[in-house]
Write a protein that binds this ligand. Structure first.
Ligand code: GDP
Length: 301
């Protein structure tokens, strides 16, 4: 299974370390908790989330009078499971049942935004939906061409202006084109330069206003794309983008290249945002819906 093999780096380091910890000891003591903290932090669960988890674990151990370290593994797995699935059904994308669904993608350069849009276009197309892409990143050199390449590869139309054009105007045109072509879904790329944060955030707000005005109920999703290999930096980015737009969910890319898959837990717990998709490679079908059951299984089997 792709989801599991994509998580194999995280899985093999974490599972091994936990197994050693929980089976290599005969009592639950301070040292064990400290080592557990180290293991979780090194898998990028994050300091705050790790502290919260270990604190809760201590309470449960006391309450349930747990003595055997081997009983900690299922307990921990249960607690992480609760963190991941607090919002029921939250992993599903919100779609417009009556007309055009508009999804905005935001995130800093290089995280995999354009690639994710290409992969999702492929995913929807395979479901028989009509998809249009809007090349709203008019700033990064090559971004428009890269989106066009994806458009050709998966066989969907791309609406674009020239480099440097007003992104909100591109998105506006994208919406008109999607409506007249009776498309089901419009996927909008946006710029991710952080050199001029204020400008970028104003630009995103303007795009948001245009989308809201042109399609009632839109945007149906604002997906923040984060790169799993950047670790806790991803959380800082999430807070910055959250100030400009109402992020509805996360796409976590490059999970295939890291042993730090614990970032998923951190994102759910500290940002209270659902991880909707994970990127597990560079090809069109290397995007998977996030499955918390399988994720837990990969991390704690
Ligand atoms: P953007 O600047 O956010 O649009 O980023 P791009 O879509 O251009 O992606 C940056 C690089 O990351 C490209 O080389 C992609 O092929 C690569 N990439 C994107 N998603 C993934 C992923 O899930 N796994 C891996 N291994 N690479 C990815």
């Amino acid at each position: 299974q792709k989801f599991m093999s994509g998580l194999s780096k995280t899985s093999s380091s974490l599972v091994g370390a936990m197994n050693d910890l929980f089976t290599g000891r005969n009592k639950i003591d301070e040292e064990l908790y400290e080592e557990l903290e180290e293991i979780l932090i090194s898998a990028d669960v994050g300091v705050k989330t790790t502290m919260d988890l270990v604190e809760r674990l201590r309470e449960e151990v006391k309450e349930r009078k747990v003595k055997d370290p081997s009983e900690l593994q299922p307990l921990l797995s249960e607690m992480i499971g609760e963190m991941l699935t607090r919002e029921e059904q939250a992993n599903q994308l919100t779609m417009n049942q009556e007309g055009l669904t508009v999804i905005l993608f935001v995130g800093v350069n290089g995280v995999g935004k354009t690639t994710t849009i290409g992969k999702l276009a492929h995913h929807f197309k395979q479901e028989g939906k009509k998809v249009v892409l809007a090349a709203g990143d008019t700033f990064r050199a090559g971004a428009i061409e890269q989106l066009e390449t994806w458009g050709r590869r998966v066989g969907v139309d791309v609406i674009k202006h020239q480099a440097g054009a007003d992104p909100a105007a591109v998105i506006y045109d994208g919406i008109q084109a999607a409506k007249s072509r009776k498309a089901d879904i419009l996927l909008c790329d946006t710029a991710g330069r952080l050199q001029n944060k204020v400008n970028l955030m104003e630009e995103l707000k303007k795009i948001h206003r245009v989308v809201q005005r042109e399609v009632p109920g839109a945007p149906h999703e604002v997906l923040l794309v984060l790169d799993a290999t950047t670790g806790q930096n991803a959380l800082i980015q999430a807070r910055q983008f959250g100030e400009a737009v109402n992020v509805s969910g996360i796409v976590l890319t490059k999970l295939d290249g890291t042993a730090k898959g614990g970032i998923v837990v951190s994102i759910s717990h500290e940002l209270q945002l659902p991880v909707k998709f994970v990127g597990l490679g560079e090809k069109a079908d290397d995007l998977q819906e996030f499955d918390s059951e399988q994720f837990l299984h990969a991390m704690f089997k």
